[in-house]
Design a binder for this molecule. Structure first.
Ligand code: ATP
Ligand code: ATP
Ligand code: MG
Ligand code: MG
Lengths: 227, 227
């Protein structure tokens, strides 16, 4: 499904090189549930952005279903992302000028869903995440955890094949974090692929595979028996 | 030191009232180390913003050292905040157009610290938080946990009497989160007051008092024996 082949990402700061990723190789099969862990600055978000097609590697190959994605034109890449991928970013997740429900309806507009269906599905998703009472709030009028839940609803809007989530429960209390994980596990049971960056050992414990990063490289990659 | 007297905060959304806080009364003594917990949307950030003087209550009184703060002119309030308080917000913590070290030097400029001393202290604070190698990065060039650590360095810049931190370890892996907590405990031992919103039971376990919120009110307020 997803294959990274010796991927590197180097930023130039003046004449200093910052290697966010150096030589990462990875395969993710359809239906996997992988947690990505590692210290701050080890390259987790960078890895997720490249896997999700939001960022481009400086060297190495990225293949999606065997097709080299680096050769695809931008418009094609955007179309694949919109239809097949859902994202939850580490921050700055929502369009600040749109309400909660408008934010969730956004990806559906790209996928040409009819207006009535967009509104119905948007309200339903937000309601399932406990956000039914905040549909008309702007992001600035929502608490941190509420913004995070709206972002998750938006990631689910187009019923994606794969969800890439960067710290999706970072701003949520234990009980609400559990509800999010239950939702993700439910999707995984319907063979949605989940790749999730997390700092929380308890969250990683629910994945079937834990990839640990250090200094821009994969430090360990273990299958764990499903509990 | 800090006294909240029947504080309420109500937002108007058209003709719908959203009560973020309803009737909160609280006293915080100098040198306390309090954790604030509760579900998403229960009013923790709102409470912290009012206690820190960054937001104004719609009703009730707020007294600082027995002086009613709601009667102070804005400039006076800003001066107290700059000299005595340090803040770590839940997000959007840093000026996006300033580098890491410039962000940390900002509060020192307000407090009229000499340029050479600002640069020295800024570098020292960032170094103590493991950020010495990222002084010239802009926030957009930093990972989530790196941004959070720069925000903490900035909160410490003017050697404040009280630190108000909203999820300061939310984006950090366990080990780095522990280092932040060690720093905060060290400050508390020198009688810096710490008020910290957290979702993490382990983090709250290190405080001497746990305030739990629910639906805009204080649900419980317990002293715990220091471990
Ligand atoms: N500007 C605003 N206008 C309307 N409602 C608001 C505004 N700001 C906050 N709220 C509402 O007030 C409530 C409390 O918000 P607050 O940010 O204090 O919650 P919180 O406890 O910090 O939550 P979290 O754990 O998710 O960060 C939320 O339900 C939120 O929707
Ligand atoms: N645009 C950029 N320019 C320069 N350096 C960058 C840029 N973006 C990221 N970096 C650096 O790349 C490294 C990896 O960043 P990344 O965001 O992937 O880390 P992370 O593992 O997600 O960390 P965290 O757990 O703190 O979110 C960091 O050290 C960061 O400073
Ligand atoms: Mg990150
Ligand atoms: Mg909050």
């Amino acid at each position: 499904f997803i294959e990274l082949d010796d991927i590197s990402k180097v930023y130039m700061m003046g004449d200093v090189k910052v290697a966010a990723l150096s030589g990462v190789s990875l395969r993710i099969a359809r239906g996997e549930y992988a947690a990505v862990m590692g210290p701050s600055g080890s390259g987790k978000s960078t890895l997720l952005n490249i896997v999700g097609g939001l960022d481009v590697a400086t060297s190495g190959k990225y293949l999606l279903e065997g097709v080299e994605v680096t050769r695809l034109p931008d418009a094609e890449l955007a179309r694949i992302r919109c239809r097949h991928f859902g994202f939850v970013f580490q921050s700055y997740n929502l369009f600040p000028e749109l309400t909660a429900i408008e934010n969730v309806m956004m990806p559906m507009t790209y996928a040409r869903v009819a207006p009535a269906e967009r509104a119905r599905r948007g309200a339903e998703l937000l309601d399932s995440l406990g956000m039914g009472h905040r549909l008309r709030h702007l992001p600035s009028q929502l608490s941190g955890g509420e913004q995070q839940r709206v972002a998750i609803a938006r990631a689910l809007a187009n019923d994606p094949d794969a969800i890439f989530a960067d710290e999706p429960t970072g701003n949520l209390a234990t009980k609400q974090g559990q509800e999010i994980l239950d939702i993700l596990e439910g999707l995984n049971e319907r063979s949605v692929t989940i790749v999730m960056v997390t700092h929380d050992e308890k969250v990683a414990a629910r994945a079937s595979r834990v990839i640990t990063m250090r200094d821009g490289q994969i430090d360990s990659d273990r299958r764990v028996a499903a509990p």
